[in-house]
Design a protein around this ligand. Structure first.
Ligand code: ASP
Length: 456
């Protein structure tokens, strides 16, 4: 006798014989109820509808030869039910659970807990778990330490807008959600950990596009006493093994490394797609790009960093900072796979004087530098190892590996294209008492809107 529990995917009624496809997290099995030999079960089976939750007792039997389903791992057997108990009925579904790629995204997100029942989403979310586990395993094997850094932090300048969290205890002051753990990971190098990683949640308040989410996960890495080449070879080794473990096809390291100038000349884009046949997702074709210009251009009087302002210039180009900043190349590196930027990082500035010089060029005054980055500049006076790192976008890697169209397909509970979670109704107003405690008052939206519309 076996006892199984799960959801009903399908019910097929042949009169005297009812077949139920019973599904749980581990797979699917066919349950057979017969009007004469197993009358009790057969009677209950009359009421059963898709997505009912049942407990089934019965015997495992070999299926008759003609009924064997070679497509199913359990296709050679069936459960002859002796007893069926309905644990929970299910209302009619808002959409069918297979082929969900064709269903409107809004409704899928509103009923995400149903959408996640589909075999595709089960596969995606379980692959995500296995991929992250493998990355962790590989990094631990290379002597890395996983360290969590704060979510409530201070604004990090990574080029996007911060999400702010008002402080109740210090009215008028705000935490910021991290755009990345950049400064913390550098401080962990000063702290002597040498090899850090984190599956870090990052928050950026940007205008959303197909491949963006307000929050996403990075494999964040930082290493001490390394060259740029050390960072790249570690990255390709770890990533190659984690991808191979998912049976994704990709070339063995070393992967190609091209300078920014070569890439722009050869492909005319920073994100070239090296695949020969671009319609198929496989194989994954990775490429490292190096030697980026330190600054991507000038805005008014000030220079805009190509990566971020902690990125080191190439040592031989440092004199050009004074004479011709546009010609300074950096120790930044990007990883592009199939035309998608999946990661980026750099060797860092590890000297307070040089860091101050860069702050000045990007328009941060000495006073502002002290106020916002005093901790980092001070840390650099206490013995700082040369260090650098990289961050890889987990969702983009999974999207590519699984051949999905959007990163939302590899996140259990994503936001939609305008940053809304239609299931929870996030974001949502809060009650006036909560605002009062925080010392906040809302400006009327109408007023704000009217103000904007006024002719200048
Ligand atoms: N913090 C950087 C980013 O999020 C990555 C890095 O420089 O390691 O893009």
């Amino acid at each position: 006798m076996v006892r199984l529990a799960g959801w009903i995917t399908r019910r097929r009624d042949h009169g005297k014989l009812v077949f139920l496809d019973l599904r749980d997290a581990s797979g699917m099995v066919q349950v057979t109820c017969h009007a004469t030999t197993t009358k009790d079960a057969w009677t209950t089976a009359q009421e059963v509808r898709p997505e009912y939750v049942l407990r089934v007792e019965g015997k495992v039997a070999a299926r008759p030869k003609a009924m064997v389903n070679p497509k199913l791992p359990t296709g050679e057997i069936e459960i002859l039910a002796t007893r069926i108990e309905i644990l929970s009925p299910a209302a009619e579904l808002p959409f069918p659970l297979e082929e969900t790629a064709k269903v409107g995204e809004e409704i899928r997100l509103r009923y995400r807990y149903l959408d996640l029942r589909s075999s595709r989403m089960q596969r995606n979310i379980k692959t995500r778990d296995r991929f992250l586990t493998q990355l962790r395993r590989e990094l631990h094997a290379c002597g890395f330490v996983e360290i969590e850094t704060p979510i409530l932090t201070r604004s990090t300048p990574e080029g996007a807008r911060d999400y702010l969290v008002p402080s109740r205890q210090r009215p008028g002051s705000f935490y910021a959600l991290p755009q990345s753990p950049q400064q913390y990971k550098q401080l962990l190098m000063v702290a002597g950990f040498e090899r850090y990683f984190q599956l870090a949640r990052c928050f950026r308040d940007e205008d959303l596009r197909a491949d963006r989410q307000p929050e996403f996960t990075q494999l964040d890495i930082e290493m001490s006493f390394v060259t740029q080449e050390d960072i790249l070879s570690l990255t390709e080794r770890v990533l190659y093994r984690a991808c191979k473990a998912q049976k994704w096809q990709l070339p063995k390291p070393p992967w190609p490394r091209l300078s920014y100038a070569t890439v722009m000349k050869r492909y005319g884009t920073e994100q070239p797609d090296l695949r020969k046949e671009k319609k198929k997702p496989y194989p994954l074709e990775p490429l490292f790009i190096t030697d980026f210009p330190l600054f991507e251009g000038k805005e008014g009087k000030y220079w805009q960093p190509s990566h971020h302002m902690f990125t080191a210039p190439r040592p031989e180009d440092i004199p050009l900072l004074k004479t011709n900043p546009s010609k300074v190349r950096s120790l930044q590196h990007d990883l592009v796979i199939n035309g998608v930027e999946v990661g980026g990082g750099s060797v860092r500035i590890a000297e307070a004087g040089l860091q101050r010089e860069i702050f000045q060029l990007v328009g941060i005054s000495a006073r502002e530098a002290e106020e916002k980055f005093g901790h980092l500049l001070r840390a650099f006076t206490f013995g700082v190892p040369p260090h650098g790192g990289i961050a890889l976008g987990i969702e983009r890697l999974l999207q590519l590996g699984l051949g999905e169209k959007s990163i939302r397909e590899v996140i259990a509970f994503p936001k939609n294209h305008i940053g809304v979670d239609p299931m929870m109704g996030t974001p949502a107003p809060v009650n006036p008492q909560q605002l009062r405690e925080l010392g906040l008052r809302l400006a009327s939206f109408r007023k704000v809107r009217n103000k904007k519309k006024k002719p200048r």
